[in-house]
Design a protein around this ligand. Structure first.
Ligand code: PSU
Ligand code: MN
Length: 303
């Protein structure tokens, strides 16, 4: 294992000294946003985490080695190499490491690796979910399975409307995954603060989340948790405009022949083009907000 796992000095020092650490993923850098916004966003995420008293651990695979904690040069490399980096979910981990490739980790792989390193809190934009038409294609993100078995708290802005939100919630229930609305009673749908789907559980602050994480661990539940944190009001987009952009993107997807793991990056890019970049701006702002909440949760946990 040590052969493939490189934990940066800074992250190692933090983990050994009870300094709170927040994990960050890298598929959002390589496949989720264009250069240079992806690079700027990744650095800004680390800064938010660190300005709030935590250590940031962005996770990616570079030439077959898993890095927990990247240098700015390594982040820039992933950002510039973009789609040529292998989008790496749990399934791809052994292959990418054995072949010495570069890999950008999705939510599922990042959760797994964060847990290996001993990190309990992870911030991202949105998680993968049950795709619309999944009853035909069986396209359900590996993120949901990982949430069902890896004890890491994932702070996200809910599930993007390119997916089937209602079935995603059902699937998470089946897997035993707690979804906590962060100061909301409804599942946020990424670009807007609120979807029509009501959540059963909500919390008011980071302290409450930390308490629940501790109890979940004491009970030996051995699974993840979602903190669904709505995009700040001032950055949220118009629901109707977004739904139109998404519907058009889905029509283009069906005509394109794009399949499997290329679907999510394809849809994200199409939506950005259709909203004249507005969705990218919203995406960046909501990730920042998730980094802040994740940092606060990690701090509470370390008390
Ligand atoms: N949602 C976003 N941006 C992203 C992703 C999801 O808003 O970049 C990425 C995450 O890394 C997530 C992955 O884990 O897409 C899910 O891909 P798939 O649907 O192929 O499982
Ligand atoms: Mn898929």
């Amino acid at each position: 294992m040590q052969e493939y796992l490189v934990i940066s000095q800074k992250v190692k020092h933090a983990l050994e000294n009870n300094i709170p650490v927040v994990a960050l993923e890298s598929t959002i850098i390589s496949h989720g946003m264009p250069y240079p916004q992806n690079y700027e966003t990744a650095l800004a995420c680390e800064k938010i985490v660190e300005d709030n008293g935590c250590v940031a651990a962005t996770i990616a695979i570079i030439q077959g080695k898993i890095h927990v904690g990247l240098t700015h040069e390594e982040i820039e490399y992933i950002a510039k190499t973009g789609l040529k980096v292998v989008k790496t979910s749990r399934r791809d981990l052994a292959y990418v490491c054995a072949c010495g490739y570069d890999g950008a980790t999705t939510v599922s792989a990042t959760m797994y690796l964060a847990h290996l390193a001993g990190i309990e809190v992870f911030a991202t934009g949105g998680i993968g979910g049950v795709h619309r038409e999944a009853h035909i294609t069986m396209d359900i993100s590996a993120d949901l399975e990982e949430l069902g078995k890896t004890p890491v708290c994932v702070v996200c802005a809910g599930v993007k409307a390119i997916l089937d939100l209602e079935r995603t919630l059902e699937y998470l229930e089946t897997k035993g995954v707690l979804v906590l609305g962060f100061d909301t009673e409804y599942l946020p749908d990424f670009y807007t603060r609120r979807s029509p789907y009501k959540l059963l559980h909500s919390v008011k602050n980071a302290n409450e989340v930390a308490k629940i994480i501790k109890v979940q661990s004491k009970l030996g539940l051995e699974c993840g948790m979602i903190v669904a944190n709505p995009i700040p009001e001032e950055y949220s987009l118009d629901e109707k405009v977004m739904n139109e952009a998404i519907d058009e993107a889905l029509i283009k997807l069906n005509a394109s022949g794009v399949k499997g793991k290329d679907i999510t990056p394809f849809l994200l890019k199409e939506v950005v083009e259709r909203t004249g970049g507005k969705s990218l701006e919203a995406n960046i702002k909501l990730v920042f907000n998730n980094c802040l909440v994740a940092a606060n949760i990690a701090k509470e946990l370390s008390k």
